[in-house]
Design a protein around this ligand. Structure first.
Ligand code: C5P
Length: 217
């Protein structure tokens, strides 16, 4: 049995993609598998934490001992996360939240007529930023999946979203990112400290992230 070093800590994790409806059949989403967030949830429970996992639609089984809240859209996720924010000591936002959604959701299937179709998109609320603005004692951890300028964007996000640290990975690299069971991450802290890690399994990286969280609790 793992050391119970997070005993009774309340950990709120988001994972997976959001899906944003266009009409009853169609939606906008992304390639997130949810594996990173589920791995963190599993490690946290094994270390004695109470875990709520707010999950987009994924193929994954809920780890034993984890309370899962299923959501679809970014706005659903926003509601669920805010509902549990007071409860949380730690919030880890691995979810790949869609930045935009369709302005209108058509009640009926949109028919084709061989001319152009323009879909108007409007921005979704930034969930993490909204938490940063109301945080009291919570440790806030963000993720940054980028294809370029990874460090620079990560530092901007720490400031803008009031994070304690951010886990950045370059999704264009082999062995990192959305689908696989491994990741290559760099942790950037609000102090400016930067630690680059070798490729490891998402479960191992989850452990590393929670070790870092401990230092902030
Ligand atoms: O700005 P960007 O989407 O790259 O930031 C990534 C971080 O912000 C992730 O932790 C993600 O879960 C979170 N995020 C969010 N709400 C959004 C967009 C991103 O919570 N609308």
């Amino acid at each position: 049995e793992a050391e119970q070093d997070l005993k009774d800590k309340h950990v709120l994790i988001t994972a997976g993609p959001t899906i944003e409806a266009i009409d009853p059949m169609r939606y906008i989403t992304n390639h997130s598998s949810g594996k990173m967030g589920y791995a963190i949830a599993k490690d946290a429970v094994s270390r004695g934490a109470k875990v709520i996992l707010v999950s987009g639609v994924t193929q994954l089984e809920c780890p034993e001992g984890v309370e899962r809240v299923n959501v679809k859209s970014a706005r659903d996720m926003y509601e669920a996360v805010h509902q549990h924010f007071e409860w949380a000591d730690v919030v880890i936002k691995t979810a790949a939240v869609a930045d935009y959604r369709s302005k209108a959701i058509s009640e009926h299937k949109i028919k084709k007529d061989n001319s152009h179709l323009t879909l108007e998109l409007v921005p979704n609320p930034d969930i993490l930023q909204s938490l940063g603005e109301k945080k009291t004692h919570q440790v806030l951890v963000g993720f940054a999946a980028e294809t370029q300028n990874v460090l620079e964007y990560a530092k901007e996000k720490i400031t803008k979203k009031h994070l304690d640290f951010i886990v950045a990975n370059n999704i264009a690299e082999d062995g990192a990112g959305f689908k696989g069971d491994t990741n290559i991450a760099t942790i950037i802290e609000s102090s400016g400290a930067v630690t680059a890690y070798e490729q490891m399994s998402k479960l191992q990286l989850g452990h590393v992230i929670l070790d870092k969280v401990k230092a902030y609790l």
